[in-house]
Design a protein around this ligand. Structure first.
Ligand code: ADP
Ligand code: MG
Length: 376
């Protein structure tokens, strides 16, 4: 169900006419700044080469007919009527959510036929959901002449998950999918939505490895973490944890378990994003690795969002001399690991790590970045 089926039917075979619009949006990897977005903090994601591709054509009526090549060659066309969106139809909720939030925002679209395909792995912390939302919103913008800028597209995508799908996500994924491109990281203040593109120094390249353990954000754990942060902010008398000064950490640590540790993760993670941006700008490669490893330890111990398979990948990174640092990326409870390696060494190091992981873990690793992997 996860990888797109190469023998899945194309748009024209399914709908009996060519598509009118064809657009894409990338998945993302977060370099650092995890679980900070819904606390009003800082994040530093990048686009990945894997993308979601959307083809669509407007219809004369108010029907939406949708097909995903990721659901296999035997996948079927799902259907609903505009204005009759109802949650609880699996992957179609992401499509229904898009037309639902557009209507709520007063933006008018007619019916359409939709075909989509993604090579972003689903449920692996690389944000296939935001790639779907952003690609579809881009497609509808073009097909129906909607006035929407890229930030508005990101905000509407976030509303799809929060208001329709029922996954209370922050804004990072959609901002990254809508605004990040090339090899620059997107340094984003999730409160003001101010952003800046920060290129990686020539000496480093990213590695992204999928652990094969999938997660679900609408599932309980992510929601619990978010609620813990909101409770801690309330008890500490701030609107969001972003507003808590570092010197108030002792006060936070006196809160009932585990709230203090959750706050410590958010405060230290925000500081690590700022330090990482500084290190990238000044080309201080030696500073990068410890920041990534510290972020991982904080996610594992204070925020408790890692799993043994992810910890194993991070540990395997440590035995690679050209890998500077590694950490869990994305919401956690499975998913993927991001690493920074010396330029030119990433592919071979990633292949060695994946091979060792496959011997020790019950899941299989997939190297997503760099894209082509030579034998180790
Ligand atoms: P992530 O965003 O980390 O990949 P999510 O749980 O947020 O994980 O989103 C994954 C869900 O999004 C899938 O289970 C599916 O319902 C939907 N989805 C994303 N991309 C596609 C696709 N190409 N085809 C069908 N459904 C998709
Ligand atoms: Mg998602």
């Amino acid at each position: 169900m996860r990888a797109p089926a190469d023998d899945a039917p194309r748009f024209e075979a399914l709908f009996g006419r060519p598509s009118r619009v064809r657009v894409r949006a990338p998945g993302r990897v977060n370099l650092i700044g995890e679980h900070t977005d819904y606390n009003g903090g800082f994040v530093l994601p990048m686009a990945i080469p894997q993308q979601t591709e959307v083809e669509l054509a407007p219809r004369e009526d108010r029907k939406v007919r949708a097909f995903s090549a990721n659901l296999g060659a035997a996948g079927k066309v799902d259907e609903y009527e505009l204005g009759q969106e109802k949650r609880g139809r699996g992957w179609l909720d992401y499509v229904q959510g898009v037309t639902y939030v557009l209507r709520e925002a007063g933006l008018t679209v007619g019916g359409f036929d939709l075909w989509l395909r993604s090579d972003v792995p689903l449920g692996s912390g690389l944000s296939s959901s935001a790639a779907l939302e952003v690609a579809l919103l881009r497609g509808l913008r073009e097909a129906f002449g909607l006035t929407l800028d890229d930030v508005r597209i990101a905000l509407l995508g976030q509303k799809v998950e929060c208001d329709f799908v029922g996954a209370p996500v922050g804004v990072m994924d959609q901002m990254a999918s809508s605004l990040a491109h090339g090899s620059a990281a997107l340094f984003l203040d999730t409160r003001s939505l101010q952003f800046e593109r920060v290129p990686l120094p020539a000496g480093v390249e990213p590695i992204v490895i999928n652990s094969g353990v999938t997660h679900s954000h609408s599932g309980g754990d992510y929601r619990v973490r978010r609620a813990e942060c909101e409770r801690a902010a309330k008890l500490l008398g701030v609107e969001q944890l972003r507003d808590l000064p570092d010197q108030d950490l002792p006060r936070a640590l006196a809160l009932p378990e585990p709230l203090g540790r959750r706050v410590r993760h958010v405060l230290t993670e925000n500081a690590r994003v700022l330090a990482t941006v500084q290190a990238l700008r000044s080309g201080d490669l030696a500073a990068l690795g410890p920041l990534l490893y510290a972020s991982h330890a904080s996610q594992r111990d204070d925020y408790e969002v890692s799993v043994p398979e992810i910890d194993l990948l991070v540990d395997l990174a440590r035995s690679e001399p050209d890998v500077l640092g590694a950490r869990l990326t994305g919401g956690g409870f499975g998913g993927s690991v991001v690493m920074l390696a010396r330029t030119g060494s990433g592919a071979a190091a990633a292949a060695r790590i994946a091979t060792r992981y496959d011997k020790q873990a019950t899941h299989r690793a997939t190297v997503l970045v760099p894209q082509s992997t030579p034998a180790p």
